[in-house]
Design a protein around this ligand. Structure first.
Ligand SMILES: Nc1ncnc2c1ncn2[C@@H]1O[C@H](COP(=O)(O)OP(=O)(O)OP(=O)(O)O)[C@@H](O)[C@H]1O
Length: 627
């Protein structure tokens, strides 16, 4: 595990210095998926380039015939035909490339989303949601430009370029030599400048990510922002980020603006040279006027694509910056990738559904990064990762270490109702996170039915556990969407029944849409109590043998609390229930209460036992008027 983590750390640290950057080679797998269409495009490019290259030759002949006073006849029609065929082939080629571009964007989005949703929870702790969203939305679209504009230009231009060179060589080698001298100088300076575009464009994409993160931050808490009269300040903060993105965009524009005119200058200089020297050679009888016209037309074919090649290099450079940001995520190990290296503890025979054996856990909190991108640690749990991060390159801010569980041991007997209580920040929710394997402990063992959870496939582990989070337990969508999240096979009748079981019948009846009634973003159309009961209904529908319930800290009124208790009773029936309780009144009748303080278990027993044995519990009970 630590090796794999170390790998991530090393990569991240490098990225912090230089920014994630992809090489052209890394773009190839995306193109390879569409190789058949790309081969077709290559053939079309060849054909349309051939049609284009034939035009100067024919035009030269036309000039020759007109000069000699002959009639043009079919030649004009062939010329017209070539123009039309060239245009049609160009159109088809364009369509194919746009299709491929769209498909490549899709593939990139698919692999990004597949990986993103499988990242370890610690990655979400340290990354900004808006930045992740922007990678899926904005970075991927830059790949479209590289395929449609970049590839089309690069391919067609390369063929035209080489073809024109051959044509010019056949017409006049001396003129070609002079032209080439001008072009080589232009190309060299263009390439030199474009290498600076990639870092600038990467920076621009990072800034766009930061804008998205800032928008997400404000909209995610829009009510709080409004209530705090902070709308102006939040708007300004987003605009500051947007301005930084604008400045980064200006920088890209400045560099590309330097590149593009080079092609124009090269064209003008080459023309002047060709017309001057060419005129002289016509006068001296070395070449005919027809040959000079042919040469000049070839020069057009050579120089115009040169401009597009510079454009193509620009867009390829931008796309590689974006691809770097995409691959920064797709190259991260997924949640299960490190499991092979884990040696789980031997199973023990026990009557406990859940058992913690001397469990220690530390969060490594990454230093704040203004860009919303990855600070150089992997976040999460292991001491190893902390050590790796702290020995990182000089100047890198060190992560804050939070030792949250300091040797926690307790058991939840099968079929029992156990409560976890303790002051805020004692580590109660972290206990749940370790049972769900959102993180793995640094030391000690978390067991489910005697088995080390690290030895169980995550899907199997989570199928046995229902988990009701403390906050935001409802997803945007309908009542049905929420209920079927954990049990997609559930029927409407089962959904309706479970809603009634948790006292949500009224919510169902009040909306004619029934199960299709929308709950709003984060369940905003429901009350706090209703949201919690809906989350409990979801857990209940999946019928897991173990239920983890992190009670909301928000105070519920007496009526709601009664409804919640009834819902919990419905849930508790026939299963193991571990509840994090903030109101002792909901847990006084638990079989066992575990008292946690500063990451340590300071008491285990029933309510009456703890009132006499554990001062902290007695204090809590006194505050809540239970003794
Ligand atoms: N993802 C995280 N990254 C870093 N630190 C965290 C993370 N989650 C929790 N912590 C820290 O760990 C400590 C324990 O948090 P935890 O949520 O487990 O406490 P709790 O007992 O459930 O608190 P509460 O009753 O307020 O919900 C706190 O100091 C918290 O700041």
């Amino acid at each position: 595990m630590s090796d794999a983590r170390g790998g991530v750390l090393r990569r991240s640290r490098k990225d912090a210095d230089t920014g994630p950057r992809a090489s052209f080679r890394e773009l190839l797998p995306y193109l390879f998926e569409h190789r058949a269409a790309l081969v077709a495009v290559a053939f079309l490019s060849l054909a349309s380039a051939a049609a284009g290259l034939a035009q100067p030759l024919l035009a030269g002949q036309v000039v020759g015939i007109v000069e000699a006073g002959g009639t043009l006849g079919m030649l004009v029609w062939v010329l017209v035909g070539l123009v039309v065929v060239g245009a049609i082939l160009g159109g088809i080629q364009h369509y194919l490339l746009q299709r491929i571009g769209t498909a490549v964007v899709f593939s990139a989005r698919r692999s990004l989303v597949r990986r993103m949703l499988r990242l370890p929870i610690s990655e979400f702790d340290r990354r900004r949601t808006g930045d992740l969203v922007s990678r899926v939305g904005s970075d991927t679209t830059l790949l479209y430009a590289v395929i449609t504009q970049g590839l089309l230009d690069a391919l067609g231009s390369a063929i035209l370029f080489v073809g024109s060179l051959i044509g010019m060589l056949l017409v006049d080698a001396v003129l070609l030599g002079l032209t080439l001298a001008v072009i080589v100088i232009a190309l060299a300076s263009g390439i030199l400048l474009s290498s600076r575009i990639r870092p600038a464009s990467l920076q621009q994409q990072e800034r766009v990510g930061a804008v998205a993160a800032a928008v997400e931050r404000a909209i995610g808490a829009i009510r709080t922002v409004r209530a705090a009269n902070a709308t102006e300040r939040e708007t300004d903060a987003i605009i500051v980020e947007a301005e930084a993105a604008k400045r980064a965009g200006y920088k890209v524009a400045k560099i590309s603006a330097m590149v593009v005119p080079i092609a124009g200058i090269a064209m003008q200089v080459a023309f002047l040279v060709v017309i001057g020297v060419g005129g002289f050679r016509v006068a001296s009888g070395a070449i005919s006027i027809a040959s000079l016209v042919t040469f000049i037309l070839f020069l057009f074919m050579l120089i115009i694509p040169l401009g597009s090649v510079f454009g193509a290099v620009n867009s390829i450079n931008q796309a590689l910056g974006a691809l770097g940001r995409i691959q920064e995520i797709t190259n991260l190990p997924g949640e299960t990738d490190e499991d092979a290296a884990i040696e789980p503890a031997a199973p023990v025979s026990t009557s406990a559904a859940i058992r913690f054996d001397d469990v220690r856990f530390t969060y490594a909190v990454p230093p704040v990064s203004p860009e919303g991108t990855n600070p150089p640690i992997s976040g999460g749990s292991s001491v190893q990762s902390v050590t790796n991060a702290t020995d990182s390159a000089a100047g890198t801010p060190e992560p804050e270490i939070r030792e949250v569980l300091k040797g926690v041991t307790f058991e939840v007997p099968r079929g029992s109702r156990v409560a976890l209580v303790g002051p805020s920040g004692a580590g109660k929710s972290t206990v749940f996170a370790l049972i769900e394997r959102f993180y793995d402990p640094d030391a000690g063992v978390v067991r489910l039915d005697g088995r080390d959870v690290r030895g169980m496939p995550r899907d199997e582990l989570r199928a046995q556990i229902g988990y009701v989070e403390q906050d935001a337990p409802v997803l945007a969508g309908s009542l049905r969407d929420n209920l079927k999240l954990a049990s997609p096979e559930a029927t409407d009748a089962q959904c309706i029944q479970v809603l009634r079981d948790v006292n949500l019948g009224a919510v169902l009846d009040r909306d004619p849409a029934g199960l299709d009634a929308p709950v709003g973003e984060d369940g905003i159309m429901l009350s706090g109590g209703e949201r919690q009961r809906l989350a409990i209904a979801r857990a209940l529908l999946a019928a897991p043998p173990i239920l983890l319930l992190d009670e909301s800290t928000s105070s519920l009124d007496g009526m709601n609390e009664q409804l919640l208790r009834e819902a919990i009773d419905a849930v508790a029936h026939d299963r193991t229930l571990l509840v994090i309780a903030h109101r002792l009144s909901t847990v006084v009748d638990s079989d066992i209460i575990v008292v946690l303080e500063h990451g340590e278990v300071v008491g285990i027993g029933t309510h009456s036992e703890l009132v006499s044995s554990t001062p902290l519990y007695r204090e809590l009970a006194k505050h809540q008027l239970l003794v």
